[in-house]
Structure formats: C-alpha cells, structure tokens
Design a protein around this ligand. Structure first.
Ligand SMILES: Cc1ncc(C[n+]2csc(CCOP(=O)(O)OP(=O)(O)O)c2C)c(N)n1
Ligand code: SF4
Length: 276
C-alpha cells in the first residue's frame, strides 16, 4: 500500500520539521535507517522507547512519534538501564553522539556494555562536539582540527566499536551512511539481539569537523570516509603484515555473540529472593 518512504513517514512527527540538522549532516540518514529497520522487523512503536543524551545526534527521539526520553548529557544509558529493568518487555533504543557516549558518558557506556543490558545503542560519530561549536571529542583523530585543537589534536582517539567489544557488548557493527542496506541490516540485528547491541555510524558534520578540516562538501566528505575505512571482509583477506600496517577503520559486523543478559539475570535473582 505504501512506497518505502511512506512506510517510514508514519513514524515521524511532521510538526517537528524542518529539522535542526545542517545541510549535508548524516544524522538524518541514521534516523532513516533506524526507522526502516524497525519497520522491517515489524516492531510496533508502542513497544519501543527511544532515549538520548544531549547533542545534535541526541535530538533524534524528538522526531519519532513514540515515547522518548531526552535526558541529561552522557546519561542516556543510565536512564535506558532503568527503563529496561522496570519494563523489560519494551525495546529500548538509545541515540547518542561520540561526545555524549564516550566523553561525559564514557563510564556509563563501558558499564552498560559490561553488564550486557538488553538495548540497542546507535552511536553517531562525527568526530567532534557538533552542537556546541565543534570542540574535540574522544574520537577526534590525531591531527584533527577543532575549536579546542586549533593546531591539530595530539590525543589518541578511542575506537568506540573496539571499546564496546572489549567492555562486553554482545553485538557490535560499524557503518557509514553510504552503506544504507548494510547499516539497516545491522540495526535490525541489533534490535533483535538479546543483550547490549552497539551500532556506530560515522557521519559527516560539515558545519563543525568538516569545515575546519576542509571536508565540508558532502561528496568530499563521503570520499574522505571511503578512503579512511576498510570493509571487514577485505581486512580479513590481508596478510598478517598488511594487517599490522593497516591504519584504516574497520566497517562491518565486528561482534555477534551470545552471553547472559543483565535484566534477565537480575529478574531471576529477584524472583528467587521473593520465594524465600
Ligand atoms: C553537563 C553538561 N556539560 C556540557 C554540556 C554542553 N554540551 C551539550 S551537547 C555537548 C556535546 C555533544 O557532542 P556529541 O555527543 O558528540 O553530539 P553531536 O552534537 O556532535 O551530535 C556538550 C558538551 C551539557 N549540555 N551538559
Ligand atoms: S553541527 Fe554538525 S552534527 Fe550538528 S546538525 Fe550541524 S552538521 Fe549535524
């Protein structure tokens, strides 16, 4: 009955448009892929709650016609853990930025992954604090120009997908907006995964990081990402020596394992104590 665009339009709040996002920003693509994934999984929006912290990327729940919690900076995962414990039947989806997730929220991020709380975390990495004027974030690459690193960033960045894997996440994937089908497929898997599922999408922020690093044109920006990344399948075919020399960021499904999930284990404990 609906064409593809119509199918996801029903999930949006038209009164929220035009959006706050700058031309060429990748955040809208991420919303598109998330709504497509929900639609293809046939998940009723009444069974989902969207959470976020603070930042451009954290504005996404406001555009979706569903229950949402726009929380405090860096704290989306703590609220999300509370929602999941109180209402385990809900699908909990978090939108967060690299600053929100790994700067101010870094501690909550590693512990939510360690506990393996059942939620889908969609982290939108634009290599800077977009909303507040383009300061360096924990993912700004070495040499990256930002308002707080005007001569080039000298800090080593986090690889947030690797950090999620190291901390204990069940599912981890990373994509660019230029891989729409693959990104949507990973979000679908993340939604279905019982446990902490982390999908990172690397996006252009033409107004902040893009402008300062002379990649504010959308095509140039997308080309820059293509050069800076390598598909996991291609990486796996490299020789050991080539792998050691690889500087490119891996794209693809990076982790998919089964392990005990926090909410279920906690519920079992509470029930066993109630029987005593
Ligand atoms: C406690 C607190 N500290 C600082 C801020 C200011 N602040 C708002 S958004 C933001 C950075 C957001 O960066 P990121 O999460 O990467 O999102 P983006 O805007 O890049 O999507 C900061 C520092 C705040 N709102 N609250
Ligand atoms: S400042 Fe950057 S992240 Fe924020 S809306 Fe503009 S392009 Fe997107």
């Amino acid at each position: 009955m609906f064409n593809k665009a119509e199918r996801i339009k029903k999930y949006l709040r038209p009164e929220m448009y035009p959006s706050i996002f700058c031309t060429g920003c990748g955040i809208g693509n991420v919303l598109n892929y998330t709504l497509r994934a929900l639609n293809e999984c046939r998940i009723d929006l009444d069974d989902v709650v969207f959470l976020s912290g603070i930042g451009c990327s954290s504005r996404l729940p406001g555009y979706i016609d569903a229950d949402g919690l726009h929380t405090t900076h860096g704290r989306a995962l703590t609220f999300a853990t509370g929602v999941k414990l109180a209402k385990p039947e809900l699908n909990v989806v978090v939108f967060t930025g690299d600053g929100d997730c790994a700067g101010i929220g870094g501690n909550h991020f590693i512990h939510a992954a360690r506990r393996n709380v059942d939620m889908t975390v969609i982290e939108i990495n634009n290599y800077n604090y977009g909303m507040t004027g383009g300061q360096a974030s924990p993912t700004t690459p070495v040499g990256g120009l930002t308002t707080t690193s005007p001569f080039g960033c000298v800090e080593q960045p986090f690889d947030l997908a690797n950090l999620a894997i190291g901390a204990g996440a069940s599912y981890v994937a990373r994509w660019l907006p230029s891989y729409p089908y693959e990104a949507t497929a990973s979000i679908k898997k993340a939604l279905k995964k019982k446990g902490f599922a982390f999908v990172e999408i690397l996006i252009a922020c033409p107004t902040g990081f893009g402008k300062r690093n002379e990649i504010d044109d959308t095509k140039e920006n997308w080309d820059w990402f293509k050069d800076a990344t390598i598909l996991k399948g291609d990486y796996d075919r490299l020789s050991d020596e080539e792998k050691q020399q690889n500087q490119k960021i891996l794209l693809g499904e990076l982790q998919n394992i089964e392990k005990k999930e926090f909410t279920e284990e906690w519920r079992k404990l509470v029930d066993s104590l109630a029987d005593k």
